[in-house]
Ligand binder design. Structure first.
Ligand code: R5P
Length: 293
C-alpha cells in the first residue's frame, strides 16, 4: 500500500507513512485564479493499493472535497488497484437525514460523488452519525479518537475526571472517555430549534460539585454547545472544566468564547489542523490500516 498525502492533511499522512512503513506519495496542489482546484500525484501508484489522507474541514471544505475526488480519479488513472479515502473530518456529515421537507441528504451526495471519482473504501473518525455510513455506496468505517483524547488528559494528571457529554446522543462518547479516565460519567440535555439552530441545555440530576469535568463532543463548530455546557457546570459547582473534541472547527471566535466561559483547555485532534489539534490521529489510522483490533 502507498499513502497519498492530501494537501489538507500532509503532516498527518506523513506520520501515517512513518508509523506504517507505507511509502508516501506527495501531491502538488494549487488553486487557479478563478478558485478551481488542481492536484497532481508525484509518485508511481501503478498496480498499488493506495490510501489518500485528506481531511475536509473548513476553510475550503468544498474545495477539499473536490481535491479528494480529483486525487482518487488521478490514482485510478495512474493504475492504482484500490483507493481508500481516509477523511478524518467528513464535511456535510451532520446533514445525514432530511430534517425538514425539501432538504437533501448531503452526506449521501458526497459519498456518491466520491464513488464516481474512484473511491473504493472509506475511513473516517467519529462521524456524527454512524448510521449514515450504511448508506454509502462502498465499505465505510468510522473509528473513535475519544480514547486518545482521554489519554491526553490522563497524562496531564486528570485520571478520575468526570466525563460529560453535552447531550444524550453523544453519551457513548463520554462513556468511551470514562473507560480511560475511570471517573463518573453523565450528560446534559440539549434541544435544537431546526429553523433557528438555537439550542437549550439543561442539567437534570447531574452532580459535579467540586469535580474536574471534561466535556467531550465529536465536533465544536460555533462553540455554542460547549459555552452553554461550561456555564451550567460552573453553576453546578464544578472545580475545573476542560473540553475534548475530535473535530475542533472553532468557527470565528469560538475558542475565545469557550475559554471566556471558564473552560481551562480545549483539546482536539489533527482532523482539523490548528491551535487545539494536540492529539494526532496517526496511531489510530495506522493501526486501522494495518488491521489491528
Ligand atoms: C451536535 O449534535 C454535535 O455533536 C455538536 O455538539 C455540535 O455540532 C456543536 O456545534 P456548536 O459548536 O455550533 O454548538
Amino acid at each position: 500500500m502507498k499513502i497519498i498525502s492530501g494537501p489538507a492533511s500532509k503532516e498527518l499522512a506523513e506520520k501515517v507513512s512513518e508509523l506504517t512503513g507505507f511509502q508516501n506519495v506527495p501531491v502538488s496542489a494549487k488553486i487557479f485564479p478563478d478558485g478551481e482546484s488542481y492536484v497532481r500525484l508525484e509518485g508511481n501508484v501503478q498496480g498499488e493499493e493506495v490510501a489518500i489522507v485528506q481531511t475536509t474541514c473548513p476553510p475550503m471544505q468544498d474545495g477539499r472535497l473536490m481535491q479528494l475526488a480529483f486525487m482518487a480519479d488521478a490514482a485510478k488513472r495512474a493504475g492504482a488497484t484500490k483507493v481508500t479515502a481516509i477523511t478524518p473530518y467528513l464535511a456535510y456529515a451532520r446533514q445525514d437525514k432530511m430534517f425538514l421537507s425539501g432538504e437533501g441528504i448531503s452526506v449521501e451526495t458526497v459519498a456518491r460523488m466520491l464513488k464516481a471519482a474512484g473511491v473504493d473504501e472509506f475511513l473516517t473518525v467519529n462521524i456524527h452519525s454512524e448510521a449514515a455510513l450504511a448508506k454509502f455506496p462502498f465499505p465505510a468505517k468510522t473509528v473513535s479518537a475519544i480514547p486518545l483524547i482521554a489519554d491526553y488528559f490522563v497524562k496531564k494528571g486528570y485520571k478520575g475526571a468526570f466525563a460529560l457529554s453535552p447531550d444524550k446522543g453523544a453519551m457513548y462518547i463520554a462513556q468511551q472517555a470514562q473507560q480511560v479516565l475511570g471517573g463518573d460519567v453523565g450528560h446534559l440535555s440539549k434541544t435544537r430549534d431546526r429553523y433557528t439552530g438555537q439550542t437549550v441545555q439543561t442539567a437534570e440530576g447531574l452532580n459535579v460539585q467540586d469535580q474536574t469535568v471534561i466535556i467531550l463532543d465529536d465536533i465544536i463548530s460555533t462553540g455554542g454547545t460547549i459555552v452553554g455546557a461550561a456555564k451550567i457546570l460552573r453553576e453546578q459547582g464544578a472545580k475545573h472544566v476542560f473540553c475534548g473534541c475530535v473535530h475542533g472547527l472553532l468557527i470565528g471566535d469560538a475558542e475565545k468564547r469557550i475559554l471566556d466561559a471558564g473552560v481551562e483547555e480545549i483539546v482536539g485532534t489533527d482532523s482539523v489542523p490548528g491551535a487545539v489539534s494536540k492529539v494526532s490521529l496517526a496511531p489510530l489510522i495506522s493501526q486501522t490500516l494495518k488491521g489491528a483490533p
